[in-house]
Design a binder for this molecule. Structure first.
Ligand SMILES: Cc1cc2nc3c(=O)[nH]c(=O)nc-3n(C[C@H](O)[C@H](O)[C@H](O)COP(=O)(O)OP(=O)(O)OC[C@H]3O[C@@H](n4cnc5c(N)ncnc54)[C@H](O)[C@@H]3O)c2cc1C
Length: 495
């Protein structure tokens, strides 16, 4: 996809300010501002031809919460200081007595249209460093849903990241999406998990839904309020997906669904479950199952248990039972013509999902490498930093090499996807290599930390628990090898 959602960005003097990413940059340097001050700055810029009254500021920035004039004065002072504005000679923000404040610089350039995707990646990276890295360990141990982080991800537009702009999404290409996933996972793998099933659902609908289904679901999916889960696996079928048993029997204008689904990540908070079930013709069909988000029981759907996990905390992975749950026939993905094609639709979306998992592995691998590198230079044994021992240097050299190879395979698969090429082999290779590499890197990072690596006081313990999931989810390493081998045979047919 090459079109981008229209975004706006303001340039004035040496500053750039971008409302969609909430970034204030002086050249390449980010100027940190708390969100409310940022909103205030944007308001003043957008209304720059007039003075904006205190009441209007309270109403639109503070949402009518009563704050003192002192708080506003303080916010203006900080804004001025951040912009290098001297009070006596305001270059950007002036106090207009009794009328409020005015943005006075008249050289504001407003850029509409596409915003450089690199900026979005940079904004996510900076946010991850600032907000996610310091808090991830604590939230992980509390196994708590990261509501504030989720809100910020919505704010960035990440839930609509790959949805076509025609339906309100950002329409990012796979390469950009992979870099964003990498950044999120570098902070906390669970954040990438919140996004992933949604993304698989949106891809299935975007590619295989009828126009009516695309128009009905996709616009609601862009802002994160209507999230999707993906439900293929069952207690007795994972790798052998085609062996699934969940049944959907047609009854008039509806299908009656019975069965048990396993490993439904985001299953409770989702408003839409992309459900794979066997229809009467024996083939697998995909259904768009709507349910109230947050509820564990609804018209025959029940969350039968929450699965306790080794890592990947903070988001729910649940078992869901269907007992005579009725789905309108209009919600068969692809309409009547989609009956029997569900597995193909799901596997096609999983191709992109595998790029996501590979990117996730690169992100966690990078975090593990960074921590190990830092620790090796700080920790001393036998009178010198452990980095000076050749055995440790060799370990880090191997870790860095594996990481780079994983990253390049991932970006290559994403670039080929964007070029419209068939990528089952490339995505399989990227997922296979990156997930195994991340597990090895995390293990080595833990070993470099010695006893500290075995405690919850250091992040490497979390990476060690999180990385095995990348080897298992969306097709184990063995399954990737089968996919790669099948492609090798097809592509080299005839010798
Ligand atoms: C935390 C978590 C979240 C998940 N979230 C979701 C989700 O949101 N939605 C969803 O649908 N699923 C989800 N899954 C399920 C996941 O996709 C499956 O666990 C995975 O596909 C493997 O299936 P399985 O667990 O049934 O293992 P099995 O298929 O039973 O495999 C067991 C072992 O046998 C190996 N094996 C199997 N067949 C072969 C073969 N032919 N040749 C060689 N080796 C083989 C496997 O590689 C594996 O090592 C999740 C899983 C986890 C752990």
């Amino acid at each position: 996809m090459s079109t981008r959602a229209p975004r706006v960005r303001y340039r004035f003097a040496e500053f750039t300010v971008s409302p969609s990413t909430r970034l204030l940059l002086k050249g390449d340097v980010e100027i940190p501002l708390i969100p409310r001050y940022f909103d205030l700055l944007i308001l003043l810029i957008e209304r720059r031809s007039e003075a904006v009254s205190r009441d209007e500021i309270f109403e639109s920035v503070w949402n009518d919460v009563i704050v003192s004039d002192g708080a506003l004065t303080q916010a203006i002072r900080i804004l001025r200081r951040s912009l290098g504005d001297r009070a006596k000679e305001p270059r950007f923000i002036r106090t207009v007595s009794r009328h409020g404040y005015r943005f006075v610089y008249d050289g504001v350039v407003e850029e509409r249209g596409s915003e450089n995707d690199d900026e979005l990646v940079a904004a996510v990276r900076q946010w991850v460093d600032r907000e996610v890295v310091p808090q991830a360990g604590e939230l992980e141990q509390a196994d708590e849903f990261p509501q504030a982080m989720f809100d910020q991800m919505c704010e960035f537009g990440l839930f609509g990241s790959t949805i076509d702009p025609a339906y309100g999404g950002l329409g990012l290409d796979a390469a950009t999406y992979a870099r964003i996933v990498e950044e999120l996972a570098r902070g906390w793998m669970s954040l990438a998990g919140i996004l992933n099933t949604h993304k698989i659902g949106a891809t299935m609908i975007g590619r295989f839904g009828t126009e009516e289904q695309r128009s009905r679901f996709l616009p609601r999916m862009v802002d994160g309020s209507f999230r999707a889960a993906f439900s293929l696996s069952e207690p007795d079928s994972g790798s052998d997906a085609a062996a699934l048993r969940c049944k959907a029997v047609r009854d008039g204008d509806e299908y009656v669904v019975n069965g048990t689904k396993m490993w439904v990540t985001n299953g409770v908070r989702a408003a839409l479950v992309m459900l794979l079930a066997r229809t009467e013709d024996g083939r697998v069909t995909a259904f768009c199952v709507e349910k109230p988000p947050g509820e564990t029981s609804f018209e025959g759907i029940s969350v039968s248990r929450s699965i306790p996990k080794l890592g990947y905390k903070g988001i729910e992975t649940v078992e869901m039972a269907y007992a005579d749950h009725r789905v309108p026939a209009a919600d068969v993905l692809g309409g009547d013509e989609g009956v029997g094609h569900g597995l193909r639709y799901a596997l096609s979306a999983l191709e992109l999902g595998r790029i996501n998992i590979a990117a996730r592995a690169v992100g966690v691998g990078q975090a593990a490498f960074d921590r190990a590198m830092q620790y090796a230079q700080e920790r001393e044994t036998f009178g010198k930093p452990i980095f000076e021992h050749q055995a440790i240097q060799f370990k880090l050299a191997e870790m860095a090499t594996k990481l780079q190879a994983a990253r390049l395979l991932t970006y290559d698969a994403a670039a080929k996807f964007d070029a419209g090429e068939r990528i089952d082999m490339e995505a399989g290779m990227a997922k296979l290599f990156a997930s195994e590499a991340a597990f090895e890197i995390a293990t080595d990072a833990l070993r470099i930390h010695g006893g500290n690596g075995y405690t919850q006081e250091y992040d490497v313990e979390r990476y060690f628990r999180d990385t095995p999931l990348m080897i298992i989810g969306e097709g184990t390493s063995e399954i990737q090898k089968m996919v790669i081998a099948r492609q090798l045979r097809d592509r080299h047919a005839g010798g």
